[in-house]
Design a binder for this molecule. Sequence first.
Ligand code: F6R
Length: 369
Amino acid sequence: EKGGYDYFMLKEIAEQPKAVADTLLGRIDLAGNLCLDEVRIPASVLREVSKVVIVACGTAYHAGMIAKYAIEHWTRIPCETELASEFRYRDPILDQRTLVIAISQSGETMDTLMALRHAREQGAKVLAICNTNGSTIPRESDAVLYTHAGPEVAVASTKAFLTQLVACYLVALYLGQVRGTKWGDEILSVIRELSEIATQVEEVLETMEPVRELARTLAGKNTVLFLGRHVGYPVALEGALKLKELAYMHAEGFAAGELKHGPIALIEQDVPVVVVVPSPRGRSVLHDKIVSNIQEIRARGARTIVIAERGDETVAPYADHLIEIPATPTLLQPLVATVPLQVFACELATARGNEVDQPRNLAKSVTVE
Ligand code: F6R
């Protein structure tokens, strides 16, 4: 049942290209436009949306954080992403023109379910992004977009996360498409690039041996830090979460720009710091800023593990370990940048003798608040 792999997690990491492709299947027409009629929220309703609020927990919340960048960029609709467990307790401002997106692999997470119930009571429309057919969250939502990751057995979420991202991009691009924004051309080209992404995830998977080797050498460490900016920031949080869950290590993700406001005090000789570098094309200001962050931490003795676009020569001199990923548009980069972090956490956990499919104290679906 593990298809020749030692753990479900390894199998599920390997299944990601297919999961991504399956989640796109049938949702892009021959002309390169999105067809999401299955969502069954009329375009007239989507055109009236004045605010998007995303609620989710854990890894799904990280997908939601990335979605915020995509939705605001492509649609210019204000979007906030909130931890489902915090949402209803702060009396959030919602009305009929608010679109709430609830993201959940299992469809049974109680915190997310309570958040969506609260949103519907206030008159908001709720769209679920979910991996489990007929589960409670889609049943209680106004609409659903299923991720087609297939069953995810390992407790730590991997392929579900990538497909949640794909679904979020589809929703963001679709909102942009039905509302018509100045980004029309960009939307079409991103839809094309999204169709290539499964192949790029495959390429990443083929180059993971050095990442596994590196992970094994770090098994005795106490702390690993993760830095990113823009969509690389949630990727850093996700890398840290995977390491906590699986390797039981102290791992923290930071927005790289926050470093100087405190976390840089944590940098000492030989502490491993994973840095997610945005593409040098496109938002190059971001790229240059993160390169100086890498220099700063390296000057203080950090061991830098740098995830950067292939051919990005500016970062190589400051990387103790360089992990190259294929070139993608900035907003899509999390689909390729997260994969090495999953492999890293899985291998490190195994090297520490941990049971990766069933980490201690965790359950696959959390049905209590
Ligand atoms: C992390 C992980 C959890 C879940 C979270 C939400 O690897 O698995 O953080 O992502 O409990 O679960 P779902 O998506 O089922 O609502």
